[in-house]
Design a protein around this ligand. Structure first.
Ligand code: NAP
Length: 224
């Protein structure tokens, strides 16, 4: 019998893993269901929350899952904590895929902060800010009515944004630093706010900020 693997996904690493593992195992990738049109994945896909630890443990038993791989984003804390407990309860081995954090390199100008709230406070008056954060994390920045924000999202917002001054860019982040530089220059960005996600996929904006000599407010990782 091939392994029946559940990948907790939503990242590029999870997609790459699904492609490799589905050649030899029965693979299902689980997505939270936030993105309207997720990119196609190898193997089976399920979407939406499980209903907490209990729901995930039940899913593992009912679907005879033999292994779980947590390949979620480093800032997705709840699902990772739920996976630990659900796997323990269902007696299913759990593997956790961790990305190394980005490190500040020569030419970088980072202010490292521990939270979104600290990032809001760290911005200087009248900054023109590229907010490279998920939509669920941008709201606290609306309090900075003195700043201009460039907000990038994959899908359009369901509700109008409550920012005094902002530009909405509907696009995925580019993996080409030159594209990210053009975006920053076009919007006359003075500061980048980003989270220390690690990995290659989202690093282009960090290179772009370095090349342009722009300060970065870097929100530290909260999961190892
Ligand atoms: P989170 O706070 O850890 O999870 C919140 C709830 O969403 C979980 O309790 C779970 O609901 C559901 N959920 C999360 N990931 C799921 C998955 N892969 N499959 C099924 N249900 C899932 O997570 P988040 O920060 O909102 O991120 C949601 C998803 O987006 C993650 O899969 C993550 O890999 C991806 N993602 C997140 C970020 C980010 O910045 N956080 C960036 C890129 C991609 P139930 O309790 O009902 O099971």
């Amino acid at each position: 019998m091939p392994d029946r693997i559940l990948i907790l996904g939503g990242t590029r690493e999870a997609a790459a893993l699904a492609e490799t593992l589905s050649k030899t195992a029965d693979v299902t990738t689980s997505l939270a269901g936030r993105t309207r049109e997720p990119a196609p994945l190898s193997g089976a896909v399920r979407s939406g929350g499980f209903g907490g630890i209990e729901g995930l443990a039940r899913y593992l038993s009912e679907n005879a899952i033999t292994k779980v791989i947590d390949a979620t984003h480093p800032f997705a804390r709840t699902i990772s904590a739920n996976a630990v407990e659900a796997c323990r309860r269902a007696n299913v081995p759990l593997e956790v895929l961790t990305r190394p954090q980005w490190k500040e390199l020569p030419g970088d100008d980072w202010t490292e902060v521990a939270s979104i709230e600290a990032a809001v406070k760290a911005l200087p008056a009248a900054a023109r800010v590229l907010l490279a954060l998920g939509r669920q994390h941008i709201e606290p920045f609306a309090a900075r009515t003195d700043c201009h924000f460039v907000i990038r999202m994959v899908d359009p917002p369901e509700m109008p944004l409550s920012f005094t001054r902002h530009d909405l860019v509907l696009a995925k982040p580019s993996s080409d630093p030159d594209d990210e530089k053009r975006l920053m220059q076009h919007h006359r960005i003075s500061h980048l706010v980003a989270r220390n996600s690690g990995g290659d996929g989202a690093y282009a904006k960090i290179i772009a900020a370095r090349d342009l000599g722009l300060p970065v407010i870097m929100i530290s990782r909260i999961k190892a």
